[in-house]
Structure formats: C-alpha cells, structure tokens
Design a protein around this ligand. Structure first.
Ligand code: NAP
Length: 308
C-alpha cells in the first residue's frame, strides 16, 4: 500500500530540508524523497562562507549533513530514492520512485534543484575541484590573484565574471559567438568594470593540466585556428537545467525552464509548491533556497488548513 502523507517533499538541498524542518515542526509528518545523490549542488561545493551562522567557512557537504541531521532530529522520514513518476492530475498526488516505492501526497513540495550544464569534456570532469568550477560565488575565493576564464555568454557568465573580477588578477570570458546572450544591463556592467577581457568566436576543445588547470585549448569557430590560452581557473557558465523531467509536463514552466510560481511558491497545480533552484533562475544561493523552502512549507500548511 502507498505511503500516504499530508506533505511529500522531493529533493535534498537547502530548499527541501528547510521545507521539511518547517513541515515537521508544524506537525505535518513530512516524507522526503531525497534522490540518490543526496544533498544537491552543495555536495560539490568546497567551502561555504556566506551561509549565516557559520563564522568559519563550512564545507558544502558538512552543511548539508547538518541540515539532514536537523531534519532527522525533528523526526523527518528521508528516503534516498529518486522520484521517477508523478501523477498530479488529482489529489492525493501519486508518486513512484525508481525503486518502485509509491507514496500519496495531499500536498507536494518540489525542490529538485538544477544541475549546472557542463561542456562535456573528459579533462573538465577530471579537473573539477582542481581549477574547474561552475560556481564563482562558491569557489572564486580560491582564485584570488590568479588568471581565470569564464566560459559562456549569458547572464550567468557575466555575473560570474563580474564576481571574479573583484578577486582574480585577470578574467577572460570565452564565448562561442561574437555577441553576448546576456541582458544589456549585464553587458553594460561588464563593460564598465574595465577588468574583463573577451575571447570571441571561441570554443573550448580541451582544458589543460594534469593535477591543476594550466590553460585552455581553444578553437576559433570562424577561422578554425587552434590556440592555447594560459589560466589557472575555468568557470563553466553555459546554463543550468532545472530538474523537472519526472513531472512530464504537468506543471507550467517559465521561459527559463523553471517551474512557474506565483511569488508564493504556488505552482500551476493547486497543492503543489516549488522551492529553490528548480523555480528560481535568478539568485540560486543556499540561503535563498532555504528561504523559499520555508515559504513553500508555510504555504503547504495554509493549503492543508483551508482544504480540510
Ligand atoms: P543562458 O542564458 O542559457 O546562457 C548560456 C550561455 O552559454 C549562452 O551564451 C550560450 O551560448 C552558452 N553556451 C551554451 N552551451 C554552450 C556550450 N556547449 N559551449 C559554449 N557555450 C555554450 O544561461 P544563463 O546565463 O545561466 O542564464 C539562464 C537564465 O537565468 C537566463 O534567463 C538569465 O537571464 C537568467 N539569469 C539572470 C541573471 C540576472 O539577472 N542577474 C543572472 C543569471 C541568470 P549562445 O549564446 O551562443 O547560445
């Protein structure tokens, strides 16, 4: 028989765990499906220096471990399985994991996050955490005084470049075209900073270095010329993919592919709420995700009270 709950939360990042803490303290006995790779993007983050309450840097995995333990202390059931199917056509909503476990939920909080897109190079995978990163706010500090490249031409790439410009000795944005996708406002800010250099019409064909990044091998897409560009860090900012596949089109998405919400985490299906990177294309911080998880829990509680 399916496990039947007032609230089921999908995810195991700051949004999911915060929602679980609030739901549990509200007496809603939430069930969390945390996925197989529990902990979300913070599990690949080195030191977190900007989560309030930690005077000293805390490694991303430690922070997630603390959140999980806090949930467990409050009696939250956490199942490390991936939800592969969801039927949101009527309440209770029905869920099924890849392991075949099923659950029914009066309300659902989707906090499945987003995964950074990568270039897909073997050298990129090998050098992750050794000079290759997808998060300047998380890892930029380690590149103080060093030369770094940012790959991409969207708002994220320019945001990363602007952040790094305050720390690195040199920031070069490598973009595959000769015009940026980023908003004019971001382009203006980048131009005004005067600290960002540009490599246009260039794709990264390899990241160089055995134990640490030493440079990039680039190909000019117009001339076909291959060259080497020295740098000690590479920030890949070629977009994020919100994890919405298992919803199979049952919730409205926005133009970024994120779950569309109304500003109060409510989605297009009454009783389904979304929090964190799966619905937020703008801030994507652990603390903002945690805040949105709290909002989703309060909204779920409100929904349950008004629907008996
Ligand atoms: P994005 O707008 O999709 O831009 C991705 C960039 O990466 C594009 O320039 C794209 O090149 C490039 N790219 C994609 N695949 C690539 C590959 N394999 N190799 C090399 N380059 C590749 O993604 P985003 O910058 O993460 O932004 C996502 C959304 O969040 C956007 O709507 C953005 O406005 C929003 N956002 C807003 C802010 C802000 O307002 N402060 C900050 C961050 C993000 P092409 O241009 O050639 O396609």
């Amino acid at each position: 028989m399916a496990n039947s709950r007032s609230v089921v939360i999908i995810g195991s990042g700051p949004a999911a765990y915060t929602a679980a803490i609030y739901c549990s303290r509200a007496g809603l006995d939430p069930l969390v499906f945390g996925g197989v790779m529990m902990g979300g993007q913070l599990m690949i983050t080195t030191d977190v220096e900007n989560f309030p309450g930690f005077p000293e840097p805390v490694p991303g995995p430690d922070l997630m471990d603390r959140m999980r333990k806090q949930c467990e202390r409050l009696g939250v059931s956490i199942v490390p399985e991936l939800v592969s199917k969801a039927d949101l056509s009527r309440r209770p909503f029905r869920l099924e994991t890849t392991e075949g476990r099923t659950a029914e939920a009066e309300t659902l909080i989707v906090a499945t996050g987003a995964d950074a897109r990568w270039l897909g190079l073997e050298s990129e995978a090998r050098l992750k955490g050794r000079g290759v990163s997808a998060c300047a706010t998380c890892d930029g500090f380690f590149f103080k005084g060093k030369a770094v490249c940012v790959v991409g031409g969207g708002d994220s790439a320019l945001e990363e470049a602007l952040f790094l410009a305050r720390l690195a000795s040199k920031v070069t944005v490598v973009h595959r075209r000769s015009s940026l996708r980023a908003s004019q406002a971001m382009q203006d800010r980048a131009a005004k900073s005067g600290q960002i250099e540009w490599l246009w019409d260039s794709v990264v064909v390899d990241i160089l270095g055995s134990d640490a990044v030493t440079g990039l091998r680039l190909k000019n897409v117009k001339t076909g010329a291959v060259s080497t560009f020295p740098c000690q860090g590479v920030f890949v900012a070629v977009g994020h993919t919100p994890n919405t596949g298992f919803l199979a089109g049952q919730l409205k998405l926005d133009e970024n592919g994120c779950i569309a919400t109304d500003g109060r985490t409510r989605t297009s299906v009454p009783g389904v709420f979304a929090a964190g990177d799966v619905m937020d294309p703008h801030y994507r911080q652990a603390v903002t995700s945690a805040g949105l998880g709290c909002v989703a829990a309060l909204e779920a509680e409100r929904f349950l009270s008004s629907h008996g």
